[in-house]
Design a protein around this ligand. Structure first.
Ligand SMILES: *[C@@H]1O[C@H](CO)[C@@H](O)[C@H](O)[C@H]1NC(C)=O
Ligand SMILES: *[C@@H]1O[C@H](CO)[C@@H](O)[C@H](O)[C@H]1NC(C)=O
Length: 739
């Protein structure tokens, strides 16, 4: 009884001393205890991989999945470390008697270690006074040790075995909470270091051997049972690479990249080391490409390096890790195999060095930054990739230049698209290839991107979307060594025509066009700008007679109010709208349109938009079959009210007798006159902006060599009148500008 009390007291003191910085191991044990609380006091729930002996205190994730490394795990209830069962009582009410380290080895069933301690004359030492930490290999660990090594130890118990056991010991007491991640503790064999890792999932390792039963306190120290026999470590990662015949390619590459030395310096690395064979499977061309570009080589190698030590025993399920290249890999496990990005590729795991751990893999991990543009395209955009090759576009791209691909998903290439004449399709796809490498973060609203087809694409940035012309980007952008890749859901159709030309050539917008003409708003359709137009087709006016149309045209203010409600001052693409939400878009008339994206179709003021996103050089047009009307504007005459009852059936318009439409100043209209005059050698660019009240003059003057072009731009806005005169005289193709 007295002994029991002492032990309980010792445990109490040791475990409560610094509760404040409770370690991951302690947390996971206490979770296990909570999970097993129905089984009685001091019982811990433990997961055991089915068909194997491995047991773990589980993380929340493993517990809920019911698996360890993807394999089904059964739950066992065992006494928590330090406790014992008592005959006829629930749970584990007894605290194990506290004894010296030698006897404690027996208590935790590390009987092989106990036996070896005896034969090697270590017994006396660990029975006597002192304070030791013994990382004691379990009986299975000794069985798993290769025979040659074991025989060597057992045949020379006084030196080899004695030294080996001393390497498992520290002459100081370290509980798991004292074993901090990344620390090196000094063993009792030649002061050689032991590499400690304490992971957030509660796993604690010593030279990558896992503590499977921790904190068994002894009168003269503590015993932690570990799952393998560890051997001394004197080499760095660099040393291992230099002597391993399977890693000569890696060695040469690391040397060329200037990384080899770094791997010889102190640190905490994990290296996934591809074998020579793994590099060979890439082919000579690829190898040559990597070797010839130092930046790419560096990225490739750093993609195999982590700035932390990941021992295989610490991996209980897949987790994402940032590589030193910057992008992530997933390290996981499948049964007993370690996996990278879900693939079993590890031939040999846990080669422990003084500055980290090496896992040898049978394939090369390729980061996007080491891939060429065409190699970035995988499954979801494989059709685009094929088309680019087949139509000769990939060979047209210069090897020393950079590009950006706007790759539509495979679903875009319907039979309809695939049956387009090859030459036309080629032209379409040329406009999916942008000169220069432009990453997602480099795109900005109003940017213009030149394609190899010679077209300029406009960039639109919305709150939740980035669109290039009618194509909005979806997740999955990548950057390769010679370019960037962005994915889209639609075929990109760059603007060819003005809003006016689109409506005119379609032929079913005659009435709308005649109304716009009557309202004097043609310049909105024909001039420069970035407008969105919801254009009502002739169908919208089917219920109106010629007299009705004339009535609409008779009041200019009324007509402008109605028509300008169909125009907005910036470009809104269907895909740029926030799905589900109602997007309020202010019109030139002043009231908002309510635009919504539902079931992949656009709705404006609850009216369907059958065809959206027709790109124009001065905006975008969405076709509707209804006339739109601002709900906050009443109608003032009965005549017009009768007309509206037929024209606008989807809503009611308020009638306020005598209401008159107000005049809307057309300040947004730009009438542009461009005159080109040939002149003499001398480049002059003069910009003169004259505003009435207060007047402002801005003069830009650029003088350069070579002939010959004058461009006069005149912008006249209504009320107050602004006249802007731009005079450009420039030489050759270089348009320089200085302010
Ligand atoms: C013309 O517009 C109508 C909608 O009013 C649309 O259904 C039709 O497809 C368009 N025609 C062309 C050639 O774009
Ligand atoms: C989407 O379509 C389904 C069926 O076609 C319909 O039941 C649903 O109401 C639609 N959702 C919206 C937001 O219009």
């Amino acid at each position: 009884m007295k002994l029991l009390f002492v032990a309980a007291f010792a445990l109490f003191v040791l475990s409560t001393f610094d509760k404040a910085d409770s370690s991951a191991y302690d947390k996971i044990v206490s979770h296990s205890r909570i999970r097993a609380r129905n089984e009685g006091p001091n019982v811990c729930a433990i997961q055991q991989v089915m068909g194997g002996k491995k047991k773990y205190f589980s993380t929340c994730r493993n517990w809920h999945l019911g698996t360890i490394c993807g394999k089904k795990a059964t739950v066992l209830y065992e006494c928590c470390p330090g406790y014992m069962k008592l005959e006829g009582m629930r749970g584990c009410p007894a605290v194990a008697p506290i004894d010296n380290v030698y006897n404690t080895l027996g208590l935790v069933k590390a009987t092989s270690t106990q036996k070896y301690s005896e034969v090697s004359k270590l017994k006396g030492e660990i029975e006597g006074s002192g304070s030791f930490t013994f990382f004691a290999p379990s009986n299975e660990a000794w069985e798993d040790l290769d025979e040659e090594t074991r025989n060597a130890l057992v045949s020379n118990v006084n030196i080899e075995l004695y030294n080996a056991l001393h390497y498992h010991m520290v002459n100081k007491r370290f509980l798991t909470k004292d074993l901090k991640n990344g620390m090196t503790v000094t063993s009792m064999y030649n002061d050689l270091g032991l590499l400690i890792n304490h992971y957030s999932n509660g796993v604690v390792t010593v030279n990558c051997a896992r503590i499977i039963h921790g904190n068994q306190v002894a009168t003269n120290g503590v015993v932690h049972v570990i799952d393998r026999v560890i051997s001394s470590v004197g080499n760095t990662i660099q040393d291992i690479i230099e002597v391993n015949d399977d890693l000569t390619t890696l060695h040469d590459m690391a040397q060329n990249a200037g990384l080899l030395e770094k791997l010889g310096q102190p640190g905490h690395y994990t290296l996934f080391a591809p074998t020579n064979e793994a590099f060979d499977t890439l082919g000579g061309d690829a190898l040559e490409r990597f070797q010839s570009d130092k930046k790419v080589l560096n990225a490739l190698l750093k993609f195999h390096l982590l700035d932390s030590v990941q021992c295989s025993e610490a991996i209980m399920s897949g987790n994402t890790y940032e590589t030193m290249e910057g992008s992530n890999i997933v390290i996981g496990c499948d049964g007993l195999s370690l996996t990278v990005n879900g693939i079993k590729m590890v031939n040999k795991k846990d080669i422990v060095t003084t500055n980290g751990v090496i896992h040898i893999i049978d394939r090369v991990l390729l980061p996007n930054s080491a891939k060429e543009l065409m190699e970035l395209m995988d499954g979801p955009v494989s059709t685009f990739s094929d088309m680019v090759s087949e139509l000769g576009l990939s060979s047209a791209m210069q090897s020393d230049a950079e590009y950006t691909l706007l790759a539509p998903l495979n679903s875009v290439f319907t039979t309809e698209v695939m049956s387009i004449d090859q030459r036309i399709l080629k032209t379409i796809l040329e406009n999916h290839i942008i000169k220069n490498k432009i990453s997602l973060s480099e795109l900005y609203n109003g940017q213009r991107l030149e394609t190899i087809g010679g077209k300029f694409l406009r960039v639109f940035i919305y709150r939740t979307a980035v669109c290039i012309e009618n194509s909005c980007l979806i997740r999955g952008s990548k950057e390769g060594s010679n370019g960037a890749l962005h994915l889209t859901k639609t075929l990109l159709r760059p603007a060819e025509k003005t809003l006016f030309q689109i409506l005119k050539e379609n032929g079913s917008f005659k009435i709308f066009l005649s109304l716009v003409d009557a309202a004097g708003l043609n310049d909105l359709l024909k001039g420069e700008g970035d407008f969105t137009l919801f254009a009502p087709s002739d169908k919208a006016f089917a219920s109106l007679s010629k007299t009705d149309i004339d009535l609409l045209k008779s009041d200019k203010n009324a007509l402008r109010t109605m028509l300008l409600y169909h125009f907005t001052p910036s470009i809104f693409i269907g895909g740029g709208l926030e799905t589900g939400a109602t997007n309020l878009i202010k019109t030139f008339q002043g009231s908002n349109l309510k635009v919504k994206l539902a079931n992949n179709t656009m709705l404006v003021n609850s009216v369907q938009v059958p065809e959206a996103d027709k790109m124009a050089s001065n905006g975008v047009v969405h076709f509707v079959n209804h006339f739109l009307y601002p709900e906050d504007i009443p109608v003032g005459s009965q005549e017009l009210q009768m007309l509206f009852r037929r024209l606008i059936t989807y809503m009611q318009i308020k009638y306020i007798p005598g209401y008159r439409y107000t005049e809307i100043p057309l300040t947004f209209l730009k009438r542009i006159v461009t005159r080109v005059v040939e002149e003499d050698p001398q480049v002059t660019k003069v910009t003169r902006v004259i505003e009435s009240q207060p007047s402002l003059t801005k003069v830009t003057r650029v003088i350069e060599s070579q002939p010959s072009l004058t461009k006069v731009t005149r912008v006249i806005e209504g009320q107050p009148t602004i006249t802007k005169v731009t005079r450009v005289v420039q030489g050759g193709r270089q348009a320089a500008q200085r302010n």
